[in-house]
Design a protein around this ligand. Structure first.
Ligand SMILES: CC(C)(COP(=O)(O)OP(=O)(O)OC[C@H]1O[C@@H](n2cnc3c(N)ncnc32)[C@H](O)[C@@H]1OP(=O)(O)O)[C@@H](O)C(=O)NCCC(=O)NCCS
Length: 189
């Protein structure tokens, strides 16, 4: 088993087919993680460093986690928001620590590409938020805002935050009440 980073725009047709299968099996049933509904893959803005970690069994991709980075601002302070989205491992490979490995790899990549603060929409009913807490994420106890494809700003009250390069800012976001948003591009992750 091997985890590799695939920068945006370099995924092969075979890898994309495998990712589509993973998305269908693992992410399509859960609206909180549904790529179609929330357009994780079609998130409008893509930083040059964005990409996806794939977990390979031989040449077959069996797990995935996208890496995001976008310039936004909090209380007038510009910073890079990012982190991972759409974490999924095919059922037959689950329970072996691969999701944790994918998540850890994305957080290292986020640091490397200059993400200040990581955030992510989560399924509150899923026990997987325990893993995110173990990785250092904390619940944002107020809505986060993003622009949907109707061009409306909508709230999302199921978001977790983690400091990557700027722990102080992450802490400020968690403990103050200014509007937290994903920035001007459409979508969220
Ligand atoms: C969630 C998912 C990615 C976990 O994959 P996995 O490879 O089985 O997870 P791991 O084996 O790496 O487990 C990592 C940790 O999370 C815990 N965990 C995994 N799935 C869990 C669940 N459903 N409930 C509670 N804890 C869970 C494990 O106990 C483990 O804890 P540890 O590191 O302290 O031992 C996988 O079940 C999946 O693809 N689910 C469907 C998609 C999904 O829900 N994605 C997340 C939200 S977008």
């Amino acid at each position: 088993m091997e985890i590799r980073y695939i920068p945006d725009g370099t995924m092969t047709e075979r890898q994309q087919k495998d990712v589509d299968i993973i998305n269908d099996i693992c992410l399509s049933g859960d609206s909180d993680c549904n790529e179609e509904e929330f357009d994780i893959n079609t998130y409008e803005y893509s930083a040059p460093e964005d990409g996806m970690y794939l977990l390979f069994d031989g040449d077959k991709a069996v797990g995935r986690a996208a890496v995001h980075k976008v310039l936004t601002e909090y209380n007038g302070q510009e910073y890079y928001l990012g982190g991972f989205g759409g974490l999924a491992v095919l059922p037959e490979y689950q329970g072996k620590g691969y999701a944790r490995k994918l998540a850890e790899a994305t957080l290292e990549k986020a640091y490397e590409i200059g993400v200040d603060v990581a955030c992510m929409e989560v399924d509150m009913d899923s026990g997987i938020t325990d893993l995110y807490q173990k990785l250092g994420y904390k619940f944002l106890n107020r809505p986060a805002y993003f622009i949907n494809h109707g061009n409306n700003e909508v709230p999302d009250d199921k978001v977790m935050i983690k400091g990557i390069r700027n722990n102080e800012l992450a802490n400020e976001i968690l403990t103050t009440n200014y509007k937290f948003h994903y920035g001007k591009s459409l979508g969220h992750w």
